[in-house]
Design a protein around this ligand. Structure first.
Ligand SMILES: C[S@@+](CC[C@H](N)C(=O)[O-])C[C@H]1O[C@@H](n2cnc3c(N)ncnc32)[C@H](O)[C@@H]1O
Length: 198
């Protein structure tokens, strides 16, 4: 049987240097996180779980400092090698369970790319500075509902909002301009919440 053509995954020069292990956060979703939180060069970000480190490294490329938590030793090794490949020196990788606690305080942004992010919420609320953001990246709508309910129930955050980035690539050819037949149709939803001012 003829093999179906593979879907093109567009990265960027920084991410092209890295190796992929578990499902990575892609540029379209990284763009939403940066764009809607305004995290920048003075910012401290905490990220969990690290996975291949794509999101942590992308944040470190624009932030003052990133601390990223990963509980699996094999992914810690992979991410450590990717951090080296990135050439960035402002990322700290912790081999730790984020559900057990977040050591940092006065954090500007916490990203949670893992199942059941609500389990980290009490630690997130303690670690974020007033006005800081949490962004949970979730493939399923049911996970978003559970997370958003937990955010509302905590009373520690402003009203959350949830976004999805739908990106289509186009063929631009002599015979016509049209969308590609294949593409990445779904990655995940991004649920954002802002820590109330203390
Ligand atoms: C989908 S991957 C994250 C990919 C990452 N955002 C990237 O761009 O490469 C999810 C990771 O979360 C880790 N993880 C899940 N629960 C965790 C926890 N409680 N503490 C730390 N890491 C966790 C998993 O081992 C896995 O490596």
């Amino acid at each position: 049987m003829p093999r179906a053509p593979e879907v093109k995954v567009r990265l960027n020069p920084l991410l092209e240097k890295l190796r992929r292990g578990p499902q990575v956060t892609l540029p379209k979703d990284i763009g939403l996180i940066i764009g809607f939180t305004g995290i920048g060069r003075e910012g401290l970000a905490v990220d969990a779980g690290t996975g291949s480190g794509f999101l942590a490294i992308s944040l470190a490329n624009i932030c003052r400092r990133v601390v990223t938590y990963e509980w699996r030793e094999d992914f810690v090794k992979l991410a450590r090698a990717n951090i080296e490949r990135s050439g960035l020196a402002n990322i700290e990788l912790k081999h730790a369970d984020v559900f057990g606690g977040i050591d940092e305080s006065e954090v500007d942004l916490i990203t949670l790319d893992l199942a059941e992010p609500e389990k980290a919420l009490p630690h997130v609320a303690r670690a974020l500075k007033g006005g800081g953001f949490v962004a949970a990246y979730l493939p399923h709508a049911e996970q978003v509902s559970r997370f958003v309910e937990a955010v509302r129930g905590s009373g520690e955050f402003e009203e959350p909002f949830t976004l999805e980035s739908i990106v289509r690539e186009y063929l631009v050819r002599k015979e016509g301009f049209r969308p590609e037949n294949k593409g990445i149709t779904h990655t995940g939803y991004l649920a954002f919440a802002r820590r109330k001012m203390r």
